[in-house]
Design a binder for this molecule. Sequence first.
Ligand code: DGL
Length: 265
Amino acid sequence: MKHAPVGVFDSGIGGLSILRALRAELPHEDFVYIADSGHAPYGERDDVHVIERSRAITAHLRAQYGIKALVIACNTATAAAIHLLRAEHPDLPIIGVEPALKPAVTHSHTGRIGVMATRGTLSSAKFRSLVESLAGQADFVCQPCDGLADAIEREDTTKIIALCADYTKAIGQFGTEIGQIDTLVLGCTHYPFIGEHLRKQVGPDVQLIDNGEPVARQTRRMLKSLSATDAPGQCTLLTTGDPTVLQQVARHWLAFERPVKLLAI
Ligand code: DGL
């Protein structure tokens, strides 16, 4: 088990923002990453679709790679499927991702926090109970960002800029004065890759918060055995969509040069 890889998946390229943090936290572990770009976006589809895809990917990672843990590097899939996957794989440590509302409460001075996420995440029971658990500690202004993950997948910069402008405007007034939103939660793993576009909209003083690092630390805690070697861990990247897209993003953000494989599941 020590030498088995950790499985990681997302609807597409977004989970690479989590994989980057995982590799920094666990440099000797091997990872197998599946981008389900051929079946993305998840965020505007119903739970049935997301659950079915999450089950198929988990089964593949177990059967083909014998993974020792699974990181669901997708807020939408975590909200829809983590409880089912944990029930169906009780022997497998499964780590999920949720919008970083708790860290945001700690960071915010004005007590007004913007949350950008997919429609699927924001309408989930899991997200509702997260908000309820923080009742009275801050005001959350939640914005479903239809089309944004898809525009990031397609590297459509014009659309990304337009959607960032529309959605941040809809959230409200950003800044550090009383009554303004001083913290913006990036509640979809695709959004850290467009941090520069969001920053232009909200200004220099607003905190942008994602949860790559907390998820990586949580994964370390949940692993029953760490790799015994001192050699750098290997990553295998697979996609159900266009391998060149995942390859480009992985090269840019993770300095990953090995070929990406096409996966038909
Ligand atoms: N990256 C995913 C998330 O964190 C979802 C993007 C999508 O497929 O809609 O929610």
